[in-house]
Design a binder for this molecule. Structure first.
Ligand code: FES
Ligand SMILES: [Fe+2]
Length: 459
């Protein structure tokens, strides 16, 4: 069975299919003009993943979200609400906070000492009497953006007229709810600076056509060639890939491949029992995880069998990639560089459930039973490194992502060639096409299209 592609409209009738098919020409990835169109038409009007709620739990906690040339401060106010404001002082425009995150009692500009409340309201101005024209709080408070939260993540929207986050996420919210991402603990925080456009990065994570060639190890533990692709409104996508199986393209081996052995041992399954019946492993894991979960204190009853064993990836427009299993979530996010279309920052957060392993019995739901469980008390440091660091083996985002990173620079370089004009996609690259179709929708005036549809519906 080849990969399948299904368009799924949102309840209420918002169609999944975009108005027209985008052309993936080289300039889309390399030109400053296209980068500016994206900024004006899409980044400044879309809901964007700004950061994690765990970084703004207590009043006074803040983090800074840098996106393109813009910088946004997200805080937890004294009243316990989330607030998000532009990181630009209303005195003369200084970027106020330059640390990634921390805790403050007020937002204080280091230049001339203006301070703002945690929600951005102007608080104190040194030598206030010297402002003979007055200091109107309404116009001199930090400028707000929309903020909301979902699944343990904080989202912002610079368009104050944009519809709510819940409408934007639609059915994704119900589908992700069983994973209780908000209860997971951050165990890894990494950013790699890449010599590639942010969309080169998105495209890479939106097709499995390349898997056999640059991730040969995948054939031993997932079935990428029969993936199901789902295409939603607003350009969101999902792919379902069966786990704990071998790729049928190569026939089922008699012996359990080493990677699959390592995956099932912590569940207390003996690879020797599956000699000659490797294709039974997936079903066995579905049952076994529920039993081990009961023993270790993790409840799988809210998950379907497919969710227990398989890998699901949610690609939320524009730049969020969530690879999710009941035990672990990767949230990946390529962010555009402020000025250079040939660069981006690729963030990866790793979150895990906090259940103890049973080292005595060799049982664990998250791999090595000797590894310490996720501990909510210790936030991991943010590791920042370059593509060269990954290629040199100094830093890793897991073997699979490292393999992708090796290639992305060459993709970006090739697109600058006089000998390349546009991409030519196949059916298994449907998520790539869908993403670009909806990007064009935004660049063609997407929000207006949405509002026009709303206005029509209201008539
Ligand atoms: S620019 Fe911030 S106080 Fe002057
Ligand atoms: Fe890949």
């Amino acid at each position: 069975m080849p990969q399948t592609n299904t368009f799924i409209d949102f309840a209420g009738g918002l169609p999944a299919k975009a108005a027209r098919q985008a052309t993936l020409d080289a300039a889309r990835y390399t030109s400053r003009d296209f980068m500016q169109r994206e900024w004006d038409g899409m980044w400044t009007r879309n809901w964007l993943l700004a950061g994690l709620e765990c970084d703004v739990r207590e009043p006074g906690d803040y983090f800074v979200f840098d996106i393109g040339r813009e910088s946004i401060i997200v805080t937890r106010t004294d009243e316990g609400a989330l607030s998000a404001v532009y990181n630009a002082c209303q005195h003369r425009g200084n970027r106020i906070l330059t640390n990634e995150r921390g805790s403050v009692t007020a937002i204080a500009c280091p230049y001339h000492g203006w301070t703002y409340e945690l929600d951005g309201a102007l608080k104190t101005v040194p030598d206030a009497e010297r402002f003979s024209q007055g200091l109107p709080c309404e116009s001199l408070s930090l400028k707000p953006v929309q903020v909301d939260h979902w699944a343990g993540m904080v989202w912002i929207n610079m368009d104050m007229e944009a519809g709510p986050l819940s409408e934007f996420l639609g059915v994704v919210q119900d589908l992700v709810a069983p994973y209780r991402c908000e209860d997971m603990t951050l165990v890894g925080d990494q950013t790699v600076c890449l010599d590639a456009n942010w969309k080169t990065c998105i495209d890479n994570f939106n097709e499995q056509y390349h898997v056999d060639f640059i991730h040969p190890q995948h054939a031993s533990f997932v079935d990428c060639c029969n993936a199901s692709n789902e295409l939603w409104p607003y350009g969101h996508r999902r792919v379902l890939v069966e786990g704990y199986v071998t790729n049928p393209r190569y026939g089922v081996p008699d012996e359990v491949p080493p990677i699959l052995q390592a995956a099932i041992r912590p569940l207390g399954l003996d690879p020797a029992d599956f000699k000659g019946r490797v294709s039974d492993i997936r079903k066995a894991v579905q049952q076994r995880k529920r039993d081990v979960g009961a023993a270790l204190g993790f409840d799988y009853s809210g998950f379907t069998d497919e969710q227990v064993s398989d890998v699901l990836q949610y690609d939320l427009f524009p730049n969020v990639i969530m690879t999710i299993k009941p035990e672990e979530l990767w949230v990946m996010r390529p962010r555009p560089h402020p000025t250079d279309p040939d660069k981006c920052f690729f963030d990866k957060w790793t979150l895990r459930i906090s259940v103890s392993a049973d080292a005595a019995r060799g049982l664990s739901l998250v791999g090595d039973p000797m590894a310490p469980p996720a501990n909510a008390g210790d936030r991991p440091a943010h590791e920042v490194f370059t593509q060269e660091d990954v290629i040199a083996g100094n830093n890793s985002m897991t073997i699979t992502i490292d393999q992708d990173i090796h290639l992305l620079r060459d993709m970006q370089a090739g697109m600058h060639s006089r000998g390349f004009s546009r991409a030519w996609l196949n059916e298994d690259e449907s998520r790539v096409q869908h993403f670009h179709d909806w990007l064009d929708m935004w660049l063609d005036g997407g929000p207006m299209w949405r509002r026009a549809a709303d206005a029509q519906a209201a008539e």
